[in-house]
Design a binder for this molecule. Structure first.
Ligand code: MOS
Length: 755
């Protein structure tokens, strides 16, 4: 395949309009947009190296037990089948797929034995000349099992306290005395909320096209973290990470499920090693319901104490969640209570059960999505008990410092989000009592709200910036665009850092030979990779400035330490804007074709110690409910968000819309239905795994509330990838209550709940 760099990508008109030095803040259209709508963007599975074979995974239909036999002979007898890989003959690995040395290292099912640990676990791989032959071969295997009873659901299995939740959060936290706070409260809410298992279901299924050349491994594979993938695969195959070249220019969504390599992708690589030929492996949709992660179900027992004047006395969330029988990931649902509301006592705790399921994984706003829909519902119930309007109640309990830690917020424009969102929505016209509004058709109308929050995270990233003699620039980092617009937003940051316009800058991203851009996750990619690009730009400008300042033929000679600003392809003296010289002139005189520098970024430990860093928002929702049929429609959403500096308002709005639609989905649609006897997901396809289609998506509006944050990073960027889900689910659920007077505490809320 051809290497895809941004140089090949046509620039949009608005890219040219952007003024020098001010690309940040422009609502530029995605640079990859035309490629995507014309089909010119290549995804991993679009690649067809010469001599390529097709691999199809055969997956278990039982939840627990062992594979007693496979009709390998029948599969091998198929004329197109080249090889059948099973636990008996798969190539050796350098490390045990069940080894775990850090929380990001998930145990994988790579045909290590005949055990079945969950439905859709891979049990064989059939490799053939064509996709059809591989699929037929997989069907001919007709596995026979020795099955044991499936363990499903939140009840019935042995309960234990997880060692930690999320990625290393404590499973217990308390501030103040929750029991005393609850005991002395005038109003007490004690309610249990349930959220179901959900599956990421990115449009692009997990896939890999793998080629070996000796111990060099070449991969086309969607990845949210190229260096993480290199490291994991290097360990499994016993080769150096640099021997693995991964191309992941475009992802058709990830949502966390592509943050670490999935077992089936590794099986595709093993198939290539076994046959000595390039191999493509793509999961079928139903195979996405098991081996590539999911959002675990939760049952959250929430207790809230409120004094007579509407002040919170205590918040407690005790969450039960699930993991697989063989690995640990625990949905950190309760933790959002640490941040949201000012209560003198807060306690979060967890318990878990192990199920015959694939291992859960981080899925868009892990913890915050599940926790927020429950807590925002409970807060609504508390407001009702206190006789207060839900917005007035939230303002009454506004957290001026982070409640669990007592730290000041690095910035928090939530009050302004409440104000602007409420005004735009028309919240002041909301009757306090439920079931008090109807539309012209007689449908019940309800208005609800929720607070959105997500931490402002930074990881580690590197980048490189180059200025060429012709006055153009090159900025490089191995960043990931899963549809969120990273290739555009990051290029805006990089171009500004070297004082060039978007069309003067080439941006390269999406391959593992570039500087490590860290993970596209935790809503921290723009902040982290963006800061690395910014630092690389600052560094190359400093080098260029040094060249000029030391050269007596330069108008900038002798500028010493005063420093320069890069603007419009020129260096400008900081103390005297009339003294300038072009990049080209400096490089020409120095006899250099180009000058380059590297930059890196990571979280500022001291700032993190001193401040709590979160993005915030307020979401207002309208729903309409048919009083006879119980049919629920979300009709209108207004979300006001404050997330630090906005790099590209068009992309930010798009991210927030996407998140808000996920929130509607959480409240009203998404639900993996697990069969209690077999443990299988019964709606493992996109026809029956309901997510909002266009007709389900309400009118959406976002307001980007101005927020300067001097502490999160030098650019003041927080992140917007996940926050849109939080707050929204609760707002919709609360609107359903307001429409009907019925409080439904198990999600999604369906018409059956209202009949
Ligand atoms: Mo996300 S769940 O951090 O991709």
């Amino acid at each position: 395949m051809s290497e895809i760099g941004m140089s090949e990508i046509g620039l949009s008109e608005n890219g040219r309009r952007a003024r020098h030095g001010s690309n940040i803040g422009q609502p530029l259209t995605r640079r990859d947009g035309v490629l995507k709508v014309t089909g010119a963007a290549t995804y991993a599975a679009d690649n067809h190296p010469d001599g390529m074979l097709y691999a199809v995974v055969a997956t278990a239909t039982i939840a627990r037990g062992r594979v007693v036999s496979l009709n390998e002979a029948a599969a091998r007898a198929h004329p197109g089948v080249v090889e059948v890989m099973t636990a008996a003959n798969r190539p050796a690995l350098a490390s045990d797929p069940d080894e775990k040395s850090n929380p990001f290292m998930f145990r994988l099912d790579l045909l290590q034995n005949d055990r079945v640990r969950y439905p859709t676990q891979p049990i064989a791989v059939v490799i053939a000349q064509t996709l059809e032959a591989a699929s037929e071969g997989a069907m001919l295997l007709e596995p026979r099992y020795e099955a044991e009873p499936a363990r499903t659901g939140l009840d019935g299995a042995e309960v234990f306290t997880p060692p930690s939740v999320g990625v290393g959060n404590p499973a217990f936290a308390e501030t103040g005395d929750v029991e005393a706070g609850f005991a002395e409260a005038d109003h007490r809410i004690e309610a249990t909320y349930e959220t179901p298992a959900q599956y990421h279901n990115a449009m692009e299924p997990h896939s890999v096209v793998a080629s070996w050349d000796g111990d060099q491994l070449s991969l086309d594979m969607p990845s949210q973290g190229l260096a993480i993938a290199q490291g994991r695969l290097a360990g499994l195959f016993g080769i150096a990470p640099e021997k693995i070249h991964i191309r992941s220019p475009f992802l058709g969504g990830g949502f966390g499920s592509k943050g670490v390599p999935a077992g089936p992708q590794v099986l595709g690589i093993l198939a290539a090693r076994m046959t000595g030929r390039p191999v493509k492996l793509v999961l079928r949709r139903e195979q996405m319901f098991g081996p590539v992660g999911h959002r675990a179900p939760t049952r959250q027992r929430i207790r809230i104490g409120v004094s007579g004047d509407g002040a919170l006395r205590s918040i407690e969330n005790h969450t039960r969640t699930t993991s697989s029988t063989f690995d640990d990931f625990f949905e950190p649902a309760a933790d959002v209570a640490h941040t949201l509301y000012a209560a003198p006592s807060i306690r979060t705790s967890y318990e878990a059960v192990r199920l015959d399921t694939g291992t859960p994984l981080f899925m868009r706003a892990p913890g915050e999505a599940t926790g927020s829909i429950a807590l925002e519902s409970a807060i609504d119930e508390a407001a009702e008990a206190a006789g207060l309007d839900p917005l007035a109640f939230r303002l009454r309990n506004y957290a001026e410092v982070e409640p669990i830690s007592g730290k000041p917020f690095s910035s928090k424009a939530l009050r302004e989000c409440y104000r602007q969102g409420a005004e735009r929505f028309g919240w002041s016209r909301r009757p306090l009592a439920p079931r008090a509004m109807r539309d012209e058709q007689g449908l019940l109308v309800g208005w609800g709200m929720g607070t959105a929050t997500f931490p402002a995270l930074m990881f580690q990233a590197k980048a490189r910036a180059t200025i060429r003699r012709d006055g153009t620039g090159l900025i490089e980092t191995g960043a990931h665009d899963m549809g969120q617009g990273a290739w555009t937003a990051l290029a805006q940051i990089g171009a500004d850092a070297i004082g060039l316009s978007m069309d003067e800058v080439e941006f390269r991203a999406g391959t593992s030979d570039l500087p490590d851009a860290g993970i596209a996750g935790g809503s921290g990619h723009t902040a982290t990779a963006g800061m690395a690009l910014h630092q690389a730009g600052v560094a190359v400008i400093a080098k260029l400035g040094e060249l000029a300042a030391r050269d007596e033929r330069s108008p900038l000679f002798g500028a010493g330490n005063v420093g320069f600003i890069a603007q419009g392809g020129q260096l400008v003296r900081r103390d005297d804007a009339s003294r300038t010289e072009s990049f080209t002139a400096i490089l020409e005189r120095a006899g250099l074709d180009k000058i380059e520098a590297e930059g890196q970024a990571s979280a500022d430990g001291a700032a993190q110690e001193a401040y709590a860093m979160h993005a915030h928002g307020a979401v207002f929702a309208e729903v309409k409910v048919d009083p006879e049929l119980g049919q629920i429609r979300a009709t209108r959403l207004v979300g006001a968000f404050a997330a630090g500096r906005v790099i590209n308002p068009k992309l930010v709005q798009s991210q927030l819309f996407g998140g808000m639609i996920w929130g509607v989905s959480f409240a009203l649609h998404e639900h993996a239905v697990v069969d209690r006897r077999s443990g299988r997901v019964m709606n493992a396809d996109l026809a029956e795994y309901a997510i909002p289609v266009n007709a389900d998506v309400p009118s959406l509006e976002t307001i980007l509330v101005h927020e300067d944050d001097p502490h999160v990073n030098a650019l003041g960027i927080k992140g917007v990838g996940e926050i849109g889900i939080t707050g929204t689910g609760g707002a919709v659920a609360n609107a359903v209550w307001h429409a009907t007077g019925r409080r439904i505490r198990r999600f999604p809320i369906t018409l059956a709940d209202l009949l």
